[in-house]
Ligand binder design. Structure first.
Ligand code: NAD
Length: 295
């Protein structure tokens, strides 16, 4: 079992660090927020008083931070103090350019690194059922695998440095676009007098099928576990969906890819968020498409 530093003990990082402890690792944790440090301590994380003291003496450092800027500044701060040979794993969802930058910083300082953003949300973080999408050298990924296995169920090697982030934003661009398309179809069906169940029974087994339909259906009824049955409590918050769609469009612009559906989904979620729905599940966008979202 390894001695691991975990930086960023928020909604995702808190339970992920707790799962490393449950798996028998020795975990040193740090977050800027005192209340989160206390919560992590209650889960068996050895809370450190600073970033640098958390990483010292560790064989691996995991970061789970809000955005690229945070990851770059945290890695820049701890890299000179980390133990030589430590393996660096960033599980945050960040822009591909920042991911390349931190891989390069790690490489220049003589460290192995992996980008390993996740899918599965807070439920997956709590139940250790996350999927990790990984980018980095095969040797670094092999070293990261036992650590990731303590926090998740599926580990996908996506390619070289930054490929995990690329896979994550491409996946979530599909998700945002298919959710809008699925919600639109239910709204059209309503106006045509079609029941939700009838449309679901057809589309869930026909060519309109997608995860947005079968696992995350945006209307209550057909899929009992979907947020639609729980007042659109996330789930996956609209603010996070918009963040990922923005990352996809930023990446598309940087490589000259044409992604009009992703761009439109981003605009629709920007509007929905501006109307005050940042904290609702992203499937709640159906209310705006009906013209009934309110602020
Ligand atoms: P969060 O805001 O709850 O947690 C991030 C934590 O990082 C915060 O507690 C914050 O205090 C801490 N932090 C920021 N700067 C720091 C610093 N310099 N040093 C130490 N700690 C610092 O966010 P989250 O929901 O846990 O998400 C984390 C990452 O995972 C994000 O990149 C997000 O996009 C991604 N993600 C989230 C979900 C989800 O459902 N919440 C799902 C998949 C991926």
């Amino acid at each position: 079992m390894a001695k691991i530093a975990f930086i960023g003990l928020g909604n995702m990082g808190g339970p992920m660090a707790a799962n490393l402890v449950k798996a028998g690792h020795q975990v040193a944790g740090f977050d800027l927020v005192p209340a989160l440090r206390e919560q992590a301590a209650a889960q068996g994380v050895a809370v450190a008083s600073s970033l640098v003291s958390a990483v010292q003496g560790c064989e691996a450092v995991v970061t789970m931070l809000p955005a690229g800027g945070h990851v770059v500044s945290v890695w820049r701060e701890f890299l000179p103090k980390a133990d030589k040979g430590a393996l660096l794993i960033d599980c945050s969802t960040i822009d591909v350019a920042s991911s390349h930058q931190v891989h390069q910083m790690a490489h220049d300082a003589g460290f192995r690194s992996v980008d390993a953003p996740v899918s599965g949300g807070t439920g997956g973080a709590t139940n250790a059922t996350l999927t990790f999408m990984c980018g980095g050298d095969p040797e670094a990924l092999a070293a990261a695998t036992p650590i990731l296995q303590s926090m998740g169920k599926k580990i996908v090697a996506c390619g070289k440095a930054g490929a995990g982030q690329a896979a994550k934003i491409c996946n979530n661009m599909i998700l945002g676009a298919t959710m809008v398309a699925t919600a639109e179809a239910f709204v059209l069906g309503e106006k045509l007098g079609l029941s939700h169940q009838a449309l679901f029974d057809v589309a869930s087994t026909s060519s309109g099928q997608s995860w947005s339909m079968t696992s995350y259906c945006p209307v209550p009824g057909p899929v009992p576990a979907s947020p639609a049955n729980h007042d659109y409590k996330p789930g996956f918050a609209t603010a996070l969906m918009l963040k990922d769609l923005k990352l996809s469009q930023q990446a598309a612009l940087s490589v000259g890819a044409s992604t009009p559906m992703g761009a439109l989904a981003m605009q629709i979620y920007s509007l929905f968020m501006a109307e005050g729905h940042a904290g609702e599940d992203f499937s709640a966008v159906i209310a705006m498409l009906r013209g009934k979202a309110g602020a």
